[in-house]
Design a binder for this molecule. Structure first.
Ligand SMILES: Nc1nc2c(c(=O)[nH]1)N[C@@H](CN(C=O)c1ccc(C(=O)N[C@@H](CCC(=O)O)C(=O)O)cc1)CN2
Ligand code: MG
Length: 296
């Protein structure tokens, strides 16, 4: 079998198109424009690329982009003061603090200081609790992107066996909650899971988010499984820097029914879903109908 490649780049472009349509309607019918504030502390090179890309795509979708770049030495109090200002700003409907933060800053404290209704990352403890209890919440962008791809590819997910490999707060745990709310039978596996291949081989859907380059090979898969590779690992191969996922693409593609590539799979969906969440946050704040097909 050779798996179908799920094209995240193309899918993300379509999501951004739907966001742009919704933003245009808000402008034409109501004369309003949603705004997204992105805060970057320090000079992590990858974070700089992601933040630049977020700003560019926000504007391309017709929304207002507010960018705050603070030095590596920024103190917690200064960052909290900025968040308080953005929470109170009526032109800002989404707030995102790019992670990771420098070591002197307590990331949990900062995230929990964001107004939950503007928390477009869905990392605030109130949104985490709401997701876990099936209440309307802001949903973290990467798992939301995975869910939208799975819905498009598989149709109904009800009754499928889903294995989430990885238990991070940003991907693994919310992904498991989302799959559970689609009525999947969900297993969370991780680095301590025994007989891991026996577990993953039962999966109709495997979401790999462990951060270990090419750990998942074809031997881990049931024939025909749908594989979502969340890993973004920078490795050196033959003297060149390359980006690889948590799945070994070629061996997985020879067993799976469908698989997302790295790059060009889940990654682009993360930013597309951030833009979708910003429009959703605007609509909820103003009691307007939410954009269709862009939420969990
Ligand atoms: N506050 C947040 N911080 C971080 C998040 C997040 O969702 N919220 N996620 C990641 C970084 N991230 C967005 O912030 C992100 C990562 C990767 C991509 C992406 O498009 N990747 C490309 C490859 C890009 C490359 O060559 O480096 C791909 O996979 O095709 C977008 C966004 C951590 N921090
Ligand atoms: Mg820290």
């Amino acid at each position: 079998m050779t798996a179908q490649t799920i094209d995240g780049k193309n899918f993300a472009a379509r999501i951004r198109g739907r966001v742009a349509d919704h933003v245009a309607r808000l402008r034409d019918e109501r004369g309003v424009t949603p705004g997204l504030a992105v805060v970057l502390v320090g000079d992590d090179p990858a974070s700089q690329v992601y933040v630049r890309s977020k700003g560019k795509m926000t504007k391309e979708c017709g929304m207002e982009s507010f960018e705050y770049r603070l030095p590596e030495t920024t103190g917690e109090a200064e960052l909290l003061a900025l968040i308080a200002k953005l929470n109170a700003d009526g032109a800002v409907h989404g707030i995102l603090v790019q992670l990771p933060l420098p070591a002197q800053i307590d990331a949990e404290l900062v995230i929990n200081s964001i107004d939950p209704s503007k928390d477009v990352d869905g990392f605030h403890v109130s949104n985490v609790g709401r997701l876990a209890t099936g209440q309307r919440s802001m949903v973290p962008c990467t798992p939301l992107g995975c869910l939208l791809m799975l819905r498009e590819h598989c149709g109904s997910l009800s009754g499928l066996n889903a294995v989430v490999l990885g238990r991070s707060n940003i991907v693994g745990k919310p992904m498991a909650q989302l799959l559970l709310s689609e009525s999947c039978t969900v297993t969370i596996a991780h680095s301590r899971t025994r007989d891991l291949q026996d577990v993953t081989r039962r999966a109709d859907i495997l979401v790999a988010a462990v951060g270990r380059p090419e750990m998942v090979t074809g031997d881990y898969l049931k024939a025909g499984a749908t594989v979502i590779d969340v890993g973004i690992n920078r490795v050196e191969r033959d003297g060149k820097n390359r980006l690889v996922g948590d799945c070994h693409f070629d061996s997985c593609a020879s067993v799976a029914g469908a698989i997302t590539p790295v790059p060009g799979g889940v990654g682009p969906m993360t930013i597309a879903c951030l833009l979708a969440n910003t429009v959703t946050a605007y609509c909820r704040a103003h009691d307007l109908p939410e954009p269709e097909g862009l939420t969990a």
